[in-house]
Design a binder for this molecule. Structure first.
Ligand SMILES: Cc1cc2nc3c(=O)[nH]c(=O)nc-3n(C[C@H](O)[C@H](O)[C@H](O)COP(=O)(O)O)c2cc1C
Length: 191
């Protein structure tokens, strides 16, 4: 039997009540058969510093890189700050882009999703984050997109996704992402 696709979910927010963490939890619950989503907490990743890197990756960075390397694909749930990528998320991508040429993000299938209380649902933040994956040589799924706008109305106080249409969009997104990751992963018997 084929192994499930192992997806690493990364939320670009450190807030306990983060909408993007909640979106990732919903994704883990709604993942299609054959896909398992684990998450990595970016609180473990310090600010990038080339001097620190030169002395050896700190434990949180090493764990982060290992988690990406072990995953078949990466699903990033990004907030949007000031029409761009929050520093927490960009910092994580910067660490994982190192060293150039043999970074764990190289050749890795990536999916972008995001949630914000505003009406654009992280459109600009996702667009900017997508640019970073050009440089890392990652395979960022072009379509579909998942922009969860007015997200504060779509999760309950406990961070559970309660909006039916959003759950359906998320399921469709995840089905497409499974197919996308499957293009880059050979996990059937005999392969
Ligand atoms: C510094 C800052 C800048 C923000 N800029 C934007 C923005 O440009 N667009 C937007 O939709 N929301 C913006 N927001 C609101 C965030 O979308 C909102 O705080 C969201 O809940 C953050 O994601 P999280 O819930 O996963 O932490 C901003 C919030 C902060 C703190």
């Amino acid at each position: 039997m084929a192994e499930p696709l192992r997806i690493l979910g990364i939320a670009g927010s450190l807030r306990a009540n983060s909408l993007n963490r909640a979106l990732l939890r919903a994704a883990a619950e709604l993942a299609p058969a054959g896909m398992a989503i684990d998450t990595f907490d970016l609180a473990l990743v310090p600010l990038y510093n080339g001097d620190v890197e030169a002395a050896g990756d700190p434990p949180g960075v090493a764990a982060f890189k290992r988690a990406i390397a072990d995953a078949d694909g990466v699903l990033m749930a990004t907030p949007e700050y000031n029409h761009g990528v929050p520093g927490v998320m960009k910092n994580a991508v910067d660490w994982a882009s190192r060293p150039p040429g043999s970074a764990v993000l190289g050749g890795k299938p990536v999916g972008l999703i995001g949630a914000s209380p505003g009406i654009t649902g992280t459109a600009r933040g996702q667009s900017q984050l997508r640019q970073a994956f050009e440089f890392t040589n990652s395979f960022c799924m072009p379509q579909p997109e998942l922009l969860v706008f007015k997200a504060h109305e779509k999760f309950d106080a406990g961070g559970v996704l309660t909006d039916g249409p959003t759950a359906q969009y998320l399921q469709r997104y995840l089905a497409a992402f499974a197919a996308w990751v499957g293009r880059f992963v050979s996990n059937s018997e005999g392969d």
